[in-house]
Design a protein around this ligand. Structure first.
Ligand SMILES: Cc1cc2nc3c(=O)[nH]c(=O)nc-3n(C[C@H](O)[C@H](O)[C@H](O)COP(=O)(O)OP(=O)(O)OC[C@H]3O[C@@H](n4cnc5c(N)ncnc54)[C@H](O)[C@@H]3O)c2cc1C
Length: 478
């Protein structure tokens, strides 16, 4: 790719596309767009462009195409795999969707919401709630991530178990293609089998096939009853056995089943020193049932937990007596992600295995770290009901960051091998970005590679959309 210095002519063309206030080229103006949420990575860019309309997105894409400039779409920049920042070429343009942020339509009769891609997820959820509806995508970053970023990364979160991933919640997309043309795939239809389901190409494509400018979402009736319990168990085996039983006993009303190794609680305390665990056991489970009608959820949960305690599967159980107490349970789960970031550089994974393999994954990963990297501290937690474990590892105190990063790369490789041997995935929900692109590419079978390359070449023949994200620059460029 040609790397341009930003000449006055190019700057003026950029200002022509998005207006003066939509262009940032100075260090201060670009700062917040160049680093990632975790503080692990800092990239560079030729400019940050902030279109305020779909037409401006098209103008930006056409301009970059004419100049041969790489385009990095950026949503809320909460992604954890460096997909929205350029840590390699530093010569691309970041296109922030933050000014494209209107709720376009809430159609509660048809349980449909349409929004600009730059809408913050929480704003989308609030707009749905104002119409007595639920948009169920829920994740710790929902106050900052954007619905377009959620679509582009096929976000998961805590309610996947009941409602599916972003992919399952999207009815339609509107996308500016790499040649600047607009594809509008909104229809409001629940069923539509007219050929290829094109929206699915863009969901999870991490900005490599186009810029999502609008999303059409499925809404659900808003739950009026929610019951939450925080449980203590002896092991990950017990937790998975409990999940199986809960799935059958809860009449499909289970909306979350999160697992937390007790070693993680200290991390949550880094965010709020007052956080205290309701149980003492080695493994904690946060279970939530919810219903949009007057279903006797509490009886269901109490009866189920009584049986699980009697059988010895659950050793401690605390039922939330109020929504405030339920929130305090969730604060533990959410706090540990932020607490980790406070610890600075650490190994972060997002592994998926079959649900029944979760105990083996955690067991093998802990053994591997203990034997090969003594002193490193494993932290295992995740969306256990989806077979998704974030097996993260904190470096020993006092280890220099450069050394920690070198050892961390070895640890990450070892953890990927364990997941792979179990037939699992190295990316359950965070995507590939730039931190996993080489491992992703190395793990693809030749036919899979051919299909991925054919799609990319067909939609983005100039290779300008998010260069280096998902497809590593060195291995895939001809
Ligand atoms: C505290 C915390 C908790 C989290 N919990 C979860 C969780 O439970 N589950 C989960 O799945 N993720 C989680 N994440 C990761 C992250 O929040 C999600 O991946 C989220 O969907 C990213 O949205 P974003 O708007 O921040 O996207 P960004 O980080 O800005 O971008 C992510 C990717 O999408 C591309 N992109 C962004 N917007 C567009 C667009 N409009 N068009 C085309 N491409 C685009 C970018 O180029 C990049 O490749 C968490 C992150 C944090 C910080």
């Amino acid at each position: 790719m040609t790397v341009h210095r930003l000449s006055p002519k190019i700057l003026s063309a950029m200002e022509g596309a998005v207006g003066q206030s939509g262009v940032a080229i100075d260090t201060a103006g670009m700062a917040k767009y160049l680093g990632d949420w975790s503080g692990d990575h800092r990239g560079g860019a030729l400019a940050v462009l902030k279109p305020a309309s779909v037409a401006e997105v098209q103008a930006v894409v056409r301009l970059c195409g004419a100049l041969g400039l790489g385009i990095i779409p950026q949503g809320g920049n909460t992604g954890l795999v460096a997909g929205a920042i350029d840590i390699e070429t530093r010569g691309a343009v970041i296109v922030s969707l933050e000014r494209l942020n209107a709720i376009r339509l809430v159609d509660a009769d048809n349980f449909v919401l349409q929004a600009d891609a730059g809408c913050i997820l929480q704003t989308v959820k609030d707009a749905a709630e104002a119409h007595d509806c639920l948009f169920p995508l829920a994740l710790g970053a929902q106050g900052s991530c954007q619905i377009g970023g959620n679509a582009a990364s096929n976000a998961g979160g805590i309610n996947v178990l009941r409602y599916g991933m972003a992919r399952d919640l999207i009815l339609g997309l509107e996308v500016v293609l790499p040649d600047g043309e607009l594809w509008s795939g909104f229809s409001g239809l629940r069923k539509d089998n007219r050929g290829y389901d094109l929206k699915q190409l863009f969901i999870g494509s991490e900005g490599t096939l186009g810029i999502i400018t609008g999303v059409e979402l499925k809404l659900f009736p808003k739950p009026i009853r929610v019951e939450t319990a925080y449980l203590g168990l002896a092991s990950f085996e017990a937790a998975i056995a409990l999940f199986r039983q809960a799935r059958r006993a809860s009449a499909d009303l289970m909306s979350a089943f999160e697992i937390i190794g007790s070693e993680c609680i200290e991390l949550a305390r880094l965010i709020d020193a007052d956080i205290s665990s309701p149980v003492e056991a080695p493994v904690h489970v946060l279970i939530e049932l919810s219903a949009s009608a007057a279903v006797e959820l509490r009886t269901l949960l109490v009866d189920f937990l009584a049986g699980a305690m009697e059988s010895g599967l659950v050793t401690e159980a605390v039922l939330a007596e109020s929504s405030a107490q339920a929130r305090s349970f969730w604060a533990i789960r959410e706090g540990l992600v932020e607490g980790q970031a406070k610890r600075g550089y650490h190994v972060r994974t997002d592994l998926a295995v079959r649900i029944s393999d979760v105990p083996a994954l955690v067991d093998q990963a802990r053994r591997f770290v203990g034997l090969d990297h003594p002193g490193w501290l494993p932290q295992a937690y995740g969306h256990a009901g989806d077979g998704n474990i974030h097996f993260n590892v904190l470096p020993p105190a006092g280890l220099a960051e450069s050394e920690a990063r070198a050892q961390g790369a070895d640890i990450t490789g070892g953890l990927y091998r364990i997941a792979d041997a179990l037939g699992g995935s190295i990316s359950a929900e965070h995507g590939i970005g730039r931190t996993r692109n080489r491992a992703f590419w190395a793990g693809l079978a030749p036919t899979h590679r051919r299909l991925v390359t054919a799609l990319k070449d067909a939609l983005d023949p100039q290779g300008l959309m998010n260069p280096g994200c998902l497809l590593p620059l060195t291995e895939t460029s001809s």
